[in-house]
Design a protein around this ligand. Structure first.
Ligand code: DOR
Ligand code: ZN
Length: 348
């Protein structure tokens, strides 16, 4: 196959940042995706519906001319998020979930939740109102091996939570392990997962190929080939519990190429093309549309998009860097050819 036209996809997990960084990255997402679930881990984090509304307005103000893109906002849960805030979020119509960052798990997660059991009243309100919980699924205890933190989280936090609040809708974000794929497959209804392109295409070997590769460092960290194969199997399975979420997470070049580099892979410049590569390698390009354009919208109770995009099999090479305010942003696959290219957006 050399051309593929699919219903326009959505990105169900995205970091857009703010200010000059937002202006730099938004055109890439808006050219491909109709909507995105926008992560709230700004500094300070987006913890209230009012803050989400202001952030949404800044995103809309940064939109390139002619673009049609809808940001779907989220709130950042803290130990102090009250049930009344959930009511405000629901009433606003612009907030589509609350993000659980275990405190200290990743970039800008210091204000996150220290003990999820303290939030049961808030989570119960989310369950009652149907507002999904988006979960960064890693334990933060430093004596757990970094490669085991997701599996440990399932056993000690996520599985008990899913039982304790039985109607809570939970998106297990950016799953990276066979254990996570199997947990989601076998879980009660209301539990789904997003899968990133990097976890479909790479293993932890890529982090050390010929030297340390800071631009491939993300959290949860890349895992083994056995895990990658389980994620591929999940993504192409046609099971609606698994859907697209790039977790594109831009950082300035100097923050990545550092003695203590930030976690995050920038993929929005090729946010659908990378998935096409992964699905094609699995012999499952015919499953891409449902994963990218149907299952997420269905889960979130939103209409599927009505227009389409076309991908063409025609190699192109992302640049060494994009302008990023006064800095440079190094995209994933900088200087390395990608096989699929976005051709055109065809209005319905
Ligand atoms: O690699 C990551 N980067 N993982 C996260 O959970 C956060 C993200 C970021 O915001 O940079
Ligand atoms: Zn993320």
């Amino acid at each position: 196959m050399t051309r593929l036209t699919i219903r326009r996809p959505d990105d169900w997990h995205l970091h857009l940042r703010d200010g000059a960084a937002l202006a730099a990255v938004l055109p890439h997402t808006a050219a491909r995706f109709a909507r995105a679930i926008v992560m709230p881990n700004l500094t300070p984090p987006v913890t209230t519906t009012d803050a989400a509304a202001s952030y949404r307005a800044r995103i809309l103000a940064a939109m390139p001319a002619g673009a049609r893109f809808t940001p779907l906002m989220t709130l950042y849960l803290t130990d102090r998020t009250a049930p009344a805030e959930i009511d405000r979020a629901r009433a606003s119509g612009i907030v589509h979930g609350c993000k659980l960052y275990p405190a200290g798990a990743t970039t800008h997660s210091d204000a996150g939740v220290t003990d999820i059991r303290r939030l049961d009243a808030t989570l119960a309100r989310m369950a009652d109102t149907g507002l999904p919980l988006q979960v960064h699924g890693e334990v933060t205890v430093t004596d757990v091996d970094v490669f085991d933190r997701e599996a440990r989280f399932i056993d000690t936090v996520l599985a008990p939570l899913a039982e304790r609040v039985p109607n809570l809708r939970i998106v297990f974000e950016h799953i990276t392990t066979r254990a996570a794929a199997e947990f989601v497959r076998d879980a009660r209804s209301g539990i789904a997962a997003t899968i990133t392109p990097q976890h479909l295409l790479l293993t932890r070997n890529a982090l050390f190929a010929g030297g340390i590769r800071p631009h491939l460092y993300c959290l949860p960290i890349l895992k083994t080939e056995r895990d990658r194969l389980a994620l591929i199997e999940a993504a192409v399975s046609g099971n609606p519990r698994y859907f697209l979420g790039t977790d594109s997470a831009p950082h300035a070049r100097h923050a990545k190429e550092s003695a203590c580099g930030c976690a995050g892979i920038y993929s929005a410049h090729a946010g659908i093309e990378l998935y096409a590569e992964a699905f094609e390698a699995a012999g499952a390009l015919n499953r891409l549309e449902a994963f990218a354009s149907h299952f997420g919208a269905d889960y979130y109770g939103l209409p599927r998009n009505t227009d389409s995009i076309t991908l063409v099999k025609s190699p192109w090479t992302p640049p060494a860097g994009y302008a990023f305010g006064n800095d440079t942003l190094v995209p994933w696959r900088a200087g390395e050819a990608l096989s699929w290219q976005l051709e055109a957006s065809v209005a319905s």
